[in-house]
Write a protein that binds this ligand. Structure first.
Ligand code: ZN
Ligand code: ZN
Length: 374
């Protein structure tokens, strides 16, 4: 069994601990072995570390990996050694939802991605033979992992692979919520609460969709500056003000056609309903333990507003990630402006910077010898 380096969270709230004696599962016939180049850190990694959501402990987190294929199993058809890949979630491909082309609703989604074991029920990682949980059948906070070929998306080798991992979760979630789920028409208006990676991706997607108002809302001025640079037409610092009135003021008193909440804060999620125009829809997509109170009569019946949930931006990674890369090449999706590189052993510092808001999207460079374009 191959030994790898991995960042392990031993118990709820523990720091990441990098260990070099973690045993990696043997490859299955439709697995690929990936040499990890980099991995983004996502807020759902943090939710699982602190126990806002729980799979199991000890656990190897990380689900925004990018790397180079080292080996392929005998049944793999889409990849060969040397391919550059971005990793995403795993969908079975055989259930009714997968067959309908909606892998984010895979009937086995929770088992495949959030149960801590591989889809076939075996351990992905062990230490001295003891089970360690995985995430998304991926666990990218590792030097090497094995994933099903359906977890992987091939990307252009000319691009800087270190930047691309977060396309597999945060960016595809924010942009997919707008492009796949809400589907604004040109001329519509949208408000996005929160200027993290997911919120900024939603704003860029609002711009790509032809929205004439893309309103970015947060309480940190420096992040609102970046929101403007990336796609927001207007920004609101909602600290201490009536945000519903502020959105109405920007939309001729009408409210917005679409809203996205990425904060998961109860009052903010509720505001995302109040800022809607009649017939408008809000998508609440944060990983949060908080609930909301809805005025079903006035908001849902009389004003015909809708609240939708969205998993992973209703995305099909193999279609949506190459699409985002095309938008990036056109200058319409500058996701890399949110990223900051850290070394693998700075993982706790990188995660703390994400928590405090100092860094929007930390990316761990796991292979420091990687040179872009070679
Ligand atoms: Zn994520
Ligand atoms: Zn399925």
């Amino acid at each position: 069994m191959m030994k790898i380096k991995a960042a392990v969270v031993q118990q709820q709230n523990a720091d990441f601990e990098i260990k070099d004696d973690i045993e990696l599962a043997e490859m299955g016939p439709d697995d690929i072995q990936v040499h990890m180049v980099a991995s983004g850190i996502c807020h759902s990694d943090e939710a699982l570390r602190i126990g806002d959501a729980i799979i199991d402990y000890p656990i190897v987190l990380g689900h925004e990996g990018s790397g180079i294929v080292e080996k392929v199993g005998p049944e793999v058809t889409q990849f060969q050694p040397g391919d550059h890949v971005v990793l995403s979630f795993y969908a079975c491909g055989n259930c009714k939802s997968c067959l309908k082309g909606i892998p984010t609703q895979c009937e086995n989604y929770a088992h495949n991605n959030l149960s801590g074991i591989r889809p076939d029920g075996t351990s992905h990682f062990t230490e001295n033979g003891q089970h360690i949980a995985d995430m998304f059948d991926q666990s990218s906070f590792t030097t090497t992992t094995v994933v099903r070929e359906r977890n992987a998306v091939k990307v252009d080798k000319a691009l800087d692979l270190r930047k691309l991992g977060p396309l597999g979760c945060g960016y595809v979630t924010g942009s997919g919520t707008v492009l796949n789920t809400l589907k604004p028409r040109p001329g519509d208006t949208i408000a996005v609460f929160g200027t993290g990676a997911v919120g900024l991706a939603a704003m860029m997607a609002g711009r790509i969709s032809g929205c004439v108002k893309v309103i970015g809302i947060d309480i940190v001025d420096s992040r609102l500056e970046l929101a403007k640079e990336l796609g927001a037409t207007d920004t609101i610092n909602s600290k201490g003000i009536d945000v519903v009135q502020a959105v109405k003021d920007l939309t001729g008193g009408r409210g917005v056609d679409w809203a996205v909440d990425t904060t998961g804060v109860t009052a903010v999620m509720e505001s995302s309903i109040k800022v809607l125009a009649q017939g408008g829809t809000t998508a609440t997509i944060a990983v949060t333990p908080h609930h909301i109170d809805v005025d079903t009569w006035n908001d849902l019946c009389v004003d015909d507003k809708k609240i939708v949930g969205v998993n992973m931006g209703d995305s099909i990674p193999q279609i949506d990630i190459p699409r985002l890369i095309d938008f990036y090449k056109m200058g319409l999706f500058d996701f890399d402006k949110t990223e900051k590189f850290y070394s693998f052993d700075q993982i706790n510092e990188a995660n703390a910077d994400s928590r405090s808001g100092k860094t929007i999207k930390p990316v761990l460079v796991i292979d420091e010898t990687y040179v872009p374009g070679e």
